[in-house]
Design a binder for this molecule. Sequence first.
Ligand SMILES: [Zn+2]
Length: 491
Amino acid sequence: MRLRILIFFTLFFCKSILFSQTTIPNPTKNDFSETLNILASDSMEGRKPNTRGGNLTASYISSKMHSYKLKEYNNFEYCFQIFEIRQHTVKKTALEIKRKNYRTISLSPEKDFEVTPTENSIQKKQAEVVFASYGLSLPKEDYDDYKNVDIKNKIVVVLKGFPNDKDSTSATYKKFKNIFPEENDLEETKLKTAINKGAIALLIVEKENFKPENKENEVFHSLENSKSEAIPVFRISKKTAESLFSKTDIPLKNNLASTLSQKVKINFSIELKHDMLDAANVLGMIPGKDTTKTIIVGAHYDHLGIKNDSIYHGADDNASGTSGMLALAKNWSESKIKPQYNILFAAWTAEEMGLLGSEYFAQNLNLKNQKILLCINMDMISRSAPEDKAHRILSIGTQKETEYLKKIASESNAKLQNPFTLDLWETNGHSGSDYASFTAKGIPILTFFSGFHEDYHTPRDIASKVDLDKMQDVLFIVNNSLLKFIENQKN
Ligand SMILES: [Zn+2]
């Protein structure tokens, strides 16, 4: 009997010493399925910020965090980090082309042009128009559309795409595709170049199949103190450009260069209405032994709300990540093990409005008295892309510079009974989810995503369609990566 007791105690002791940092149970379906169902239920009304459903969701998450005895981060009451979002509604847009000896042509926002406005109204502005081919300046590649082109205080007209982009066998195609694998990166670069060179607006001449979208009455959002240096971007079709700027049937590129050298002017204006909305991140923490260092485990809880009487439940996007984050919070807290570093469990809001919740948080971080070691992000972790028939593909993103995080995630995956086929990708230059608010601050990130599906951003993204088994395995990797990361930091 005594011997048995002794053995029991010895085992108990060894276990607690050996596994003092590793006994946090992996979340099981029981730990997250009920929460997921509640977040994606009708009563949460699609969890849009500043709506009844959005506020109810924040209260629900806060009550969960309190029940797990998480500490209020920064003493935020009820775990709410409240901030203001600026809502912009486009009221009226106008674009006019003035050419010497020609009558002024007013373009219609319904069929001739599309605009991406900036956050402030622009009263009628007139400026000279300059053509800059594809609008790219790539000194490393010895390529410059801005050689001898001055666009300061002017409107710069550029062509969509890059030279020779119709011929996928050409050397230029391969070169440009290699620099800009994605259309977004290319456009972003053109816009940044135009801004840096002092243009006041960018006019993109789109390809043949372009149909402009009327942006009047559209709504978009920003943070109150946003320091955006953006300029408006106008888009017109190739056909519109030809009718405006061409005289003969010589190629548009040559035509634009010659007509626009003869002092064409553009008038434009954008009228916006502004409203303020309240929003709240919900933040609960387990203090660590070393309170100067923090690891964030985050997911956005907001979704698209109600549109045309349909509730956008956002079960995968992102009741999955939010319920996963809460399940991890529960298990870490109930283990009663004090982690080496603070673990901050974060439910971000307004991701769908442009990563605003996480951006507000990151902008207001005081990095002088604390270091963020890692930010884990979970956004859509319960479904699979249609081509992933076996539901065994998982995307994990990290920065190019953080090879060690890829290794940690791969090793955690390998521990699964049925490991995923991992799509390990680099987040540099991407901004598809809240991880971007942290990469912008140079904080290492690990972001989890289980695949695009046809119910994405539709009212069909509902709880009955989520794959609880897949999600449980994703959370296994998240939990094991977190433990491994902490262990590695100490060594
Ligand atoms: Zn979304």
